[in-house]
Design a protein around this ligand. Structure first.
Ligand code: NAD
Length: 454
């Protein structure tokens, strides 16, 4: 591990990555390698998850290719030095900031979108002029293996290297000195990464999880809410960090919503053969999810097959905050529905929990929308929609509090992997004597007067 970081540091110190055309060439190479090997990439993710070609494109590569294209298109603009206003004290200087790469970066991926969550941060790091060590999640073994083969066969290890492994290898990696660590995963492991980074004062971005609430108020368009929520929840079999984790619904509209939701699940007909459903990543998660299903509360779904790691899209009704499914992030195809009489009460309950990664509000009431956006802190979200905010690269994506530190996507990703060097540049044709000794009462008067105009 040490030899890889020192090898990359030596390469970084040659300044090769500071050249924008070098970065663009590397991004083009990555795009080409992925395109040329798409069939193998599709086969690998099918083995790990039964993810279809359509969903592989929809949820992994449409985002990855867009990230590459956007970075290539905007790199010269993003990398330009940025003019900063100069204050009166420094007249006639000019001020600006210069983005510079941080150096050798470690990207640690999560398993649920194994290509996108590993490649998108790596693309942002490369665009910003860094070298990258990528550690994908070990759980989806096929996708992890093909990423390793494709990157390591096509890129020099001094610039971009994949290291496969689990806890032991990641622990070793975290002992090394990196200039940036970008981690996607659980809050629990996020704390381990943060502690390890502190040893070297390495800056971190932590993309973590949490329970994302979904409000449905009276007066909401219930049919559309059901359609959008069901899609967002059962995409990837609910194994999505920003999936609606649970629903909070006004009691006067809950039965009507449940009817629409069940009809929607039936209409979509989720199954492996339709290519619109995935298996659960492993038996550990399958068993964990089973323990969350209270059979007395199943409104629809509930069927399962451990040999296939299949859990049907499941909706639980009459759920309370004390139920098993409300004690941790679900991260699977189970949707609890909690009915409320008082919006204020449920807002207080959400606020008493760790800050979520996302929050969704289905309402036509402007005052309710404003109230929820004003009162609840969360990473990002949507009004009358779920999940889709992630598809706009102009919206920085990240959590807050327990759901994360920092953000990425689009230019935010470039910024995450850059340091902005602040510079003041002054000509030599003019110099005011005020800051120099000997000090005097007149100078002090002028100093105070000047500060008034800052
Ligand atoms: P995880 O924390 O178990 O694993 C993430 C990575 O950390 C993996 O590469 C794994 O090998 C490594 N790791 C695991 N244990 C470790 C340890 N003890 N020391 C060092 N490294 C260790 O997370 P996961 O199960 O892969 O992903 C699920 C979690 O990630 C959920 O909470 C989900 O919400 C979150 N997530 C967040 C985002 C986001 O963008 N914010 C995206 C996807 C997933």
């Amino acid at each position: 591990m040490e030899s890889i970081t020192s090898y990359q540091r030596s390469f970084f110190n040659t300044n090769a990555t500071k050249d924008i055309s070098f970065r663009i060439n590397q991004l083009s190479r990555l795009e080409k390698v992925l395109n040329e090997n798409m069939q193998d990439l599709e086969a690998a993710i099918y083995k790990d998850f039964r993810k279809s070609k359509f969903e592989n494109y929809l949820t992994e590569f449409s985002l990855v290719f867009h990230d590459i294209k956007q970075a290539k298109r905007n790199l010269y603009r993003w990398s330009r030095k940025k003019k900063i206003p100069t204050n009166l004290t420094n007249f006639p200087a000019k001020c600006y900031s210069i983005p510079e790469p941080l150096g050798v970066c470690l990207v640690i991926g999560a398993w649920n979108y194994p290509y996108q969550l590993s490649l998108s941060p790596a693309i942002a790091a490369i665009a910003a002029g860094n070298t990258v060590v990528l550690k994908p999640s070990e759980l989806p073994s096929e996708t992890s293996a093909i990423l390793t083969r494709l990157i390591n066969d096509n890129f020099d290890a001094s610039f971009f290297k994949v290291i496969q492994g689990g806890v032991a290898e990641t622990t070793e990696l975290l002992k090394q000195k990196f200039d940036k660590i970008f981690f996607t995963g659980s809050t629990k492991v996020g704390k381990i990464v943060y502690r390890a980074a502190a040893e070297n004062l390495t800056p971190v971005t932590l993309e973590l999880g949490g329970k994302s609430p979904t409000f449905i108020t009276k007066g909401a368009h219930l049919k559309m809410a059901a359609k959008r929520i069901i899609w967002a929840k059962y995409l990837n079999a609910g194994q999505t960090c920003i999936a609606p984790d649970y629903i909070l619904i006004d009691q006067t509209v809950s039965e009507e919503f449940l009817t629409y939701a069940k009809l929607e699940v039936e209409k979509v007909n989720y199954s492996f053969t339709n290519g619109n459903y995935l298996k659960i990543i492993n038996n550990h998660n399958f068993d964990r999810l089973q323990r969350m299903i209270d059979s007395d509360k199943v409104y629809c779904g509930g069927e399962n097959d451990r040999s296939q790691r299949y859990i049907a899209p499941t909706i639980l009704k009459n759920v309370s905050f004390d139920d098993a499914c409300m004690q941790e992030e679900i991260f699977g195809p189970i949707l609890p529905v909690i009915v409320y009489r008082s919006l204020d009460d449920v807002i207080s309950k959400v606020k008493a929990q760790p800050k979520p990664l996302s929050c969704y509000v289905f309402t036509n009431d402007a005052a309710v929308k404003k109230k929820i956006l004003n009162e609840i802190s969360f990473g990002g979200g949507a009004i009358n929609e779920a999940l889709m905010h992630i598809t706009n690269p102009n919206l920085p994506f990240g959590g807050v509090g327990n759901s994360g530190i920092g953000s990425y996507h689009g230019e935010a990703g470039f910024r995450t992997f850059s340091h902005y060097k602040s510079i003041l540049e002054k000509p030599t044709w003019l110099e005011f004597p005020i800051k120099y000794s000997p000090y005097s009462a007149t100078k002090l008067k002028w100093l105070k007067r000047m500060l008034k105009f800052q």
